[in-house]
Design a protein around this ligand. Structure first.
Ligand SMILES: NC(=O)c1ccc[n+]([C@@H]2O[C@H](COP(=O)([O-])OP(=O)(O)OC[C@H]3O[C@@H](n4cnc5c(N)ncnc54)[C@H](OP(=O)(O)O)[C@@H]3O)[C@@H](O)[C@H]2O)c1
Length: 273
């Protein structure tokens, strides 16, 4: 496991690199800072490319909330900061309507320096009320993907897509790219992440595990079951200690990714040049 030390200097460099004003290939860094650069640098895609990452914060027993729906503090403080950093490194954050209804999230980066991404909710039947916090005007783009003709607040962009059993995740990605949003973070819940994972459209999956036991409640991930362990997906994975939480950074597919930073640990020479 790599212990990642996300110092202000590291985060400033990551943001500057994402903005095209710096690079990750020079500077003097401690081992912990190098690990942090590896973790977040992998989220910076090359110009003209795009990536679709997913992130889930869960307990030791794989739960994301209690049976009664309490989901506020599953992740510890460092897991939450990690989630906000992930948001700051993408153009848009995507959630399913059940997450929007249960948690009423703001989907901002208020815990770390950075820009708020666009907020996207997949709400095929138009169930989310117009006073949901993710529709609030705060300068960030707000987008709803729906199949029905439900009026939305002024300034909220509506994408109408057809639905078979599901709206095809590939169509969602294409529609967002048409709007200039290429680097995406699917933030949950399990149903929404599973659609992208099973369509083989995720490039990275971050599972942030916090040391608590919930006992029952919704699971973080639910994918098609396999009969034998030999059939299980075993993605190439790096593990990062972030203080209160441990992040599993899994390479789950590569169809959409052209990354500016290799997943493998960077060579010290490259970082101290
Ligand atoms: N700990 C974490 O990191 C985390 C993060 C997010 C959420 N959560 C928790 O997860 C729970 C909610 O997750 P969930 O898995 O039940 O639901 P969800 O993924 O939030 O929402 C699923 C719903 O979104 C719509 N949807 C998503 N993708 C679609 C697609 N491709 N095509 C058509 N419709 C699509 C459907 O709406 P319709 O039902 O209207 O068809 C679907 O039933 C909550 O308890 C929340 O607190 C935890």
């Amino acid at each position: 496991m790599h212990n990642a030390d996300v110092t202000p200097k590291v985060w400033e460099r990551i943001l500057a690199t994402r903005a095209g004003r710096s690079c990750l290939c020079c500077g003097e860094w401690s081992a912990g800072e190098r690990a942090a650069i590896e973790l977040y640098g992998a989220m910076i895609a090359a110009p003209g490319s795009g990536h679709v990452a997913a992130q889930i914060g869960q307990s030791l027993d794989g739960r994301v909330a209690t049976v009664s729906g309490d989901a506020a503090d599953v992740s510890g403080p460092d897991g939450l900061a990690h989630l906000h950093r992930m948001r700051a490194l993408v153009d848009a954050v995507i959630v399913g309507v059940k997450t929007a209804l249960h948690d009423n999230p703001r989907l901002t980066v208020r815990l770390v320096p950075g820009d708020n991404p666009a907020r996207v909710v997949i709400d095929p039947s138009g169930r989310l009320p117009n006073d949901a916090r993710l529709f609030a005007e705060d300068g960030a783009r707000r987008i709803v993907i729906q199949t029905v003709d439900v009026p939305r607040p002024e300034g909220v962009e509506v994408i109408r897509l057809p639905r078979d059993t599901w709206i095809a995740p590939g169509q969602i990605i294409a529609a967002l790219r048409d709007k200039g949003l290429s680097h995406l973070l699917v933030e949950g819940g399990a149903i929404t992440i599973a659609r992208f994972l099973e369509a083989d459209l995720l490039t990275r999956l971050h599972v942030a595990v916090a040391p608590l036991l919930i006992g029952a409640g919704p699971q973080g991930l639910t994918t098609r079951p396999v009969a034998r362990l030999a059939q299980a997906r075993r993605p190439e994975t790096q593990v990062y200690g972030l203080g209160s939480d441990v992040v599993f950074d899994c390479l789950v597919g590569a169809r959409a990714l052209a990354c500016a930073w290799p997943h493998a640990a960077p060579q010290p020479a490259a970082l101290h040049g």
